[in-house]
Design a protein around this ligand. Sequence first.
Ligand SMILES: [Zn+2]
Length: 235
Amino acid sequence: MYYFLYDNHDPKNMAILSENEYDRDICDNCGGIHITYTGNFNFKIMGKLLDFYVASATPVISERFLNVLRENGYTGFEATETTPRYGTVTTVGDPIKEKYYRLTVTGRCGLLKKLDGEFFPYCRKCHRKIGSTGLVTTGVTFAESEYDGRDIFAFENLSNIPIVSEEVKDVLLQSKLTNLRFVALNEWEYSDRILTRSARRSLEKGSIYPELIEAWLKYGVLTEQELNEQLNKRR
Ligand SMILES: [Zn+2]
């Protein structure tokens, strides 16, 4: 069994993104925006100092967490020092003396697949998981042949959520690291509903691409007939 690693996202004890420098890359097929932080990663911690946080989709770990990973010789990640401060959503406080590291997952297991083995809808150009597709499903899986065997890994198109094996999960729990929440891959709930009328509106505006139409037909957002009617209107 494999597990996604999340934090508890407790509103009293959480990490909040601060201003960061970044590069932005926009896919000309799906319009997806890819952000790469450059320089120091800045964030604030509100409440208690815990061992794991997800700050706006970026995992950060305490020095204690990093030591557990290193002592066990785990592979599949890079850790870079960050510059955290105490703070709240609206305020910035003192720098935090304890060290925190940004966790970049480098192990990979291919693109997201549903339990039936079909891929989640993705952009053929940038491989981003596309949204507003109508897909509602429980559980994800990967092909063993796509998994590089690292201890910490992630889907290519969900690269910020670490995945660990049962064995690694047990080690992390036995190490008493705080703020860890594990979700089994086969129990992961995914709900990307979209109203037919929103899909129609997007078609009218022309803000669509082939992968999205394919998904709408597959997941019953639009019928072939409704799609053709909309396309004829545009001509
Ligand atoms: Zn794309």
